[in-house]
Design a binder for this molecule. Structure first.
Ligand code: G3P
Length: 217
């Protein structure tokens, strides 16, 4: 499973990138707002840092607006994936932009039927929002499973990009189901390394080592 980082915080991206944990980046208007930076500046900086796809989201509600914005965003760098919402306007923009050979990430997906439409419109990525479904007592992981089944039934090449990931368990479940990509905030990716038994075991080893009086270097 590829790891995308869901943030416009360039320091956080750089830190994970140094460890080889960044296969791509996703942003959205809320994350750009949180960064406090100009969308083109911050997106360019991210694209220069990361070799993989960097999603930048359009903000128009109509297809023509999304297409025009998408073309502008695509000028930022060769690794831009244009993010459009899963509306009929977004699907139309997806069809046009993907037809131009551009990567398109169709976002705000909350049903398998929506995901089927996105694949037919030529989406490079479909972004089902797991956490937001869980927030309203629906099952985000069930949606990932359903989309996996449908895409595999018909050999769609659209990649499932599990989004709105909130926990380490979400990452594990997405990987078990076979999501192609999971995009998560930096703190979730960092937390994947944490285990109380690892900490406890290391403490015990080092305590014993101290009593030997030995050094390695
Ligand atoms: O990738 C989409 C993500 O940014 C939404 O996450 O936690 O705001 O639902 P969240």
């Amino acid at each position: 499973m590829k790891f995308f980082v869901d943030t416009a915080d360039t320091d956080a991206i750089a830190a994970l990138n140094d460890l080889g944990m960044v296969d791509g980046v996703t942003t959205n208007p809320s994350l750009i707002m949180k960064s406090g930076r100009d969308i083109k500046d911050v997106t360019k900086q991210i694209c220069d840092m990361v070799a993989g796809p960097v999603s930048a989201e359009t903000v128009a509600r109509d297809a023509d607006g999304m297409i025009a914005e998408g073309r502008v965003l695509a000028q930022i760098a060769g690794n831009i994936a244009i993010k459009v919402p899963l509306t009929w306007a977004g699907l139309k923009a997806c069809k046009v932009l993907s037809g131009e050979g551009r990567m398109v990430n169709v976002t705000l997906c909350f049903s398998a039927s929506q995901a089927l439409l996105a694949a037919k419109a030529g989406a490079t990525y479909i972004s089902p929002f797991i956490g937001r479904l869980d927030d309203v007592n629906l099952d985000g992981m069930e949606l990932i499973e359903d989309i996996r089944t449908i895409y595999d039934n018909y050999d769609f090449t659209t990649e499932i990009l599990a989004a709105s990931i909130r926990s380490v368990n979400h990452m594990k479940q997405a990987a078990l189901i076979g999501a192609d990509v999971a995009t998560a905030p930096p703190h979730v990716i960092r937390s994947m390394a944490d285990h109380v038994l690892t900490d406890r075991g290391l403490d015990a080893f080092l305590k014993d080592w101290e009593t030997t009086g030995q050094t390695i270097l």
